[in-house]
Ligand binder design. Structure first.
Ligand code: AKB
Length: 314
């Protein structure tokens, strides 16, 4: 039986992935941690406060739990990172070092660490970006993710630390709000639409970005972590693709359910970040190595988002 530790469990990805891991391995075998208490805890769910920079606390928990899998999800995202680049670098890199060192020294079986399409930059091809290409990221978040990918590969090659990673596109889910990303508009827009309000988008019309519905992201993560170690050709981070749309297209998809909905545009500093990222991703390595295939297109995601958000807002 696996003993799972999740770091950054209260975030947008963490809250959904932790639920999925509890379902897969049993509530008693998953310890969720974050820097703040969660808003609610279901009976039997286990949680402890942990700052991702607290190396001693991390080692103590891993020893106490006999952890066999770590999911390290704590990070400062692209937009927030630009406001305090030195702190973003410190948190993103030092927390990863703590986890990689713990995995190596305490012989943790498998480690998961998310990367992002933010590793790409303006010199990267815009469409169908291959796994191996020019990256040159321009945000501190992207720079930290690209460096982190190389560290993961280094730990695997030098010490055999079984660390696995995905380059997530913008993630869209209804259970938790994203915090501080450039792709956050694609979540905010559903909330505003259901509240009967127009949405003022901080990215311009025509800004295509790679995106993914959360159930697909969870499925991909579990599939990657279940794959036999020797089937994985990529030990930095796998390209992962699903959707590509611009704000006009998501607004049009919402209007098929809520015909009154209107979108306006007021691009801010996040436009420059979005412009530096590609439109779409080629994920053929993931498809070949561990049978990745997304299930949701834009309209299916919109229908599911609206249905679930409606219930939550009642
Ligand atoms: C962000 O916008 O910073 C994140 C990401 C693409 O990694 N959602």
């Amino acid at each position: 039986m696996e003993k799972v530790l999740v770091i950054g469990a209260n975030g947008q990805l963490g809250s959904e992935l932790t639920d999925a891991l509890r379902e897969k391995w049993g509530r008693e075998n998953v310890l969720a941690t974050d820097i703040r208490q969660p808003r609610q805890l279901a009976g039997g769910d286990r949680f402890e406060l942990l700052d991702a920079l607290d190396k001693e606390g991390l080692y103590r928990l891993i020893k106490q739990e006999g952890t066999t899998q770590i999911y390290h999800l704590a990070a400062v995202l692209s937009a927030t990172g630009e406001k305090n680049p030195h702190f973003a670098w410190k948190l993103n890199m030092e927390s990863l070092f703590n986890v990689l060192e713990a995995a190596r020294e305490l012989k943790v079986g498998k480690t998961y660490w998310p990367s992002s399409i933010a590793v790409f930059g303006p010199d990267t091809p815009k469409k169908d970006v291959p796994q191996y290409t020019v990256c040159n990221p321009t945000t501190i978040y992207g720079i930290s993710k690209l460096a982190g990918e190389q560290w993961c590969e280094y730990y695997w090659k030098k010490w055999g630390v079984d660390v696995r990673s995905l380059r997530y596109p913008g993630l869209i889910g209804y259970k938790a709000l994203p915090g501080g990303g450039t792709t956050d508009y694609a979540v905010d827009i559903y909330h505003k639409a259901l509240e009967g309000e127009d949405y003022t988008c901080f990215l311009a019309k025509g800004t295509y970005l790679p995106m993914m519905y959360m159930p697909d992201a969870i499925q991909a993560t579990l599939q990657l972590m279940d794959a036999p170690a020797d089937s994985l050709r990529i030990r930095s981070s796998y390209n992962l693709g699903a959707l590509s749309f611009d704000p006009e297209e998501i607004a049009a998809s919402i209007r098929r359910h809520l015909p009154q909905f209107q979108i306006r545009y007021q691009p801010d500093f996040r436009q420059q970040i979005a412009d530096s990222w590609p439109d779409s991703i080629n994920d053929s390595y993931a498809r070949q190595d561990w049978n990745w295939q997304p299930a949701y297109n834009l309209d299916r995601m919109t229908q599911d988002m609206l249905e679930n958000l409606r219930v939550l807002k009642e």
